[in-house]
Design a protein around this ligand. Structure first.
Ligand code: FES
Ligand SMILES: [Fe+2]
Length: 448
């Protein structure tokens, strides 16, 4: 399907990849059944989820040998375990005696062994079987030293732990390419996850990838961003990469969509004032405030403890870098930190999914707390907050961008179920939405 977008003429000063192309799509239909059909969900499981790399946690969750994180995905459960040599290995969370799930908590630590609660077999943290009751009573031979927990490929990047069901999965860095390069100015390994939130939502998992693949919904869904995020396609950079990942870069400035983009609104004035810029100087040319902000942050940032600003380019000191990593991970880099979104399908029902929001931040020297969507938080690895979207909505009385997006997720899921819906009718700036579905089709139809 053709797109009417040209590569915008922007003075890019941020990491780029030679593999970047303007988003384009073949024109595969985005039909409603993709969102509610059990058969389609089963094909996604068989041909896609079993083959990709999954992000399972943060390296920082594992301090000592024997520490583990469990990631339940659909009906499977995987544990990532810190080894004596500091490496991390992933195993199916299943006892090889008679199939009991080995660990029932989502994170923790063991001293040397995972002991199965059924018959007490002791599995080493390296997955080897070290002790069984009545070892001499096995006619086929003592299982110790013979049986092993089923192991999965596991690797890390940027402080994230990844694992895959596929023994022949391509190397992680090749799979993620070129996203690590694009985020290369940020020392993500040292970032702290100060928000770790999971919400169960009454929508298909693909909602989030669709949604993060376009900014077209911003004016109607997030009107609060208008004074400071430029959602207009004429100023936004859109890219796709051969690996299936996409990127969109939005400028921090009043949205070019509106005729009053030159007016300094109160929110924009606050942003400027925070960096000792007089908003009155930019009246009538509000967007020029972006360059002034870059200059001020460059000059004042390190003195305010933002020493990591030295590694960021000018545009990275202001703009939003949205990377939609195929299929279900979005990494949005801002000057303040990294927003991570991950959606996963429900084990049984394609009408349900879990939505994870993690917020990772670099340390600001001298600061004890950092601003988050949920107020100020200490620089500490967050506890897991796990609940339903309904409860979350009730708790966040004033609403936030997540409640705005997820409310839409639920009403769209209702509409997609209708026989009236046969395909999306997309704007050029939404091309990555169709492209995302086409990469899914490539997996499902054996082209990837
Ligand atoms: S099932 Fe684990 S020891 Fe029997
Ligand atoms: Fe949104």
């Amino acid at each position: 399907m053709a797109t009417n977008l040209e590569m915008p003429k922007v003075d890019k000063t941020f990491p780029s990849s030679t593999k970047a192309e303007m988003p384009k799509a073949r024109g595969d239909k985005i039909t409603g059944d993709r969102y509610y059909s059990k058969d389609f969900a089963e094909r996604e499981w068989e041909h896609m989820w079993k083959r990709i790399w999954h992000v399972g946690g943060r390296v920082a969750q594992l301090q000592d040998a024997g520490d583990f994180v469990v990631h339940n995905f659909k009906h499977e459960s995987v544990m990532m375990v810190k080894q004596e040599d500091g490496s991390i290995r992933a195993f199916f969370n299943v006892c090889m005696h008679r199939g009991n799930r080995l660990v029932a908590v989502e994170e923790g630590g063991v001293a040397g062994h995972f002991t199965c609660t059924y018959h007490g077999w002791k599995w080493g943290i390296d997955g080897g079987l070290d002790w069984v009751q009545d070892a001499e009573d096995f006619p086929q031979g003592n299982p110790c030293g013979k049986l092993h927990l089923k192991e999965l490929p596991c690797d890390t990047w940027g402080g994230f732990i990844f694992w895959s069901f596929d023994q022949n999965v391509k190397p992680l860095m090749e799979y993620l390419d070129p996203v690590p390069e694009l985020l290369g100015n940020r020392d993500l390994e040292s970032y702290t996850r100060v928000v770790w939130r999971t919400l169960r939502v009454n929508t298909n998992w693909k909602f989030a990838s669709d949604n993060f693949n376009e900014a077209y919904h911003i004016p109607s869904v997030h009107p609060q961003f208008q004074p400071m995020i430029d959602d207009h396609y004429s100023t936004t950079v859109f890219e796709m990469y051969p690996s299936g990942h996409n990127r969109m870069v939005e400028k921090l400035q009043p949205s070019s969509r509106w005729p009053d983009a030159h007016v300094v609104k109160p929110l924009w004035a606050e942003v400027l004032k925070e960096w000792d810029i007089n908003p009155a100087d930019f009246e009538g040319r509000a967007q020029d405030g972006r360059k002034a902000l870059q200059e001020a942050r460059r000059r004042l940032g390190p003195g305010r403890g933002l020493t990591y600003f030295d590694k960021l380019t000018d545009d990275e000191l202001t703009d939003q870098f949205h990377h939609t990593c195929f299929p279900n991970l979005t990494l949005t880099g801002t000057p303040e930190g990294l927003h991570v979104f991950r959606t996963e399908p429900d084990a049984e029902d394609p009408n349900w999914s879990t939505f994870d929001y993690w917020y990772l931040v670099p340390k600001v020297e001298g600061a004890k707390e950092v601003a988050t969507l949920y107020g100020m938080r200490p620089y500490q690895e967050a506890e897991h907050e796990n609940g339903s979207f309904d409860d979350y909505q009730a708790e966040i009385a004033q609403g936030d961008f997540l409640t705005q997006d997820l409310s839409l997720a639920e009403t769209q899921q209702r509409g997609l179920r209708s026989m009236a819906f046969e395909d999306a009718y997309l704007a050029g700036q939404e091309t990555r939405v169709r492209r995302f579905h086409e990469v899914i089709n490539d997996y499902l139809e054996g082209r990837r």
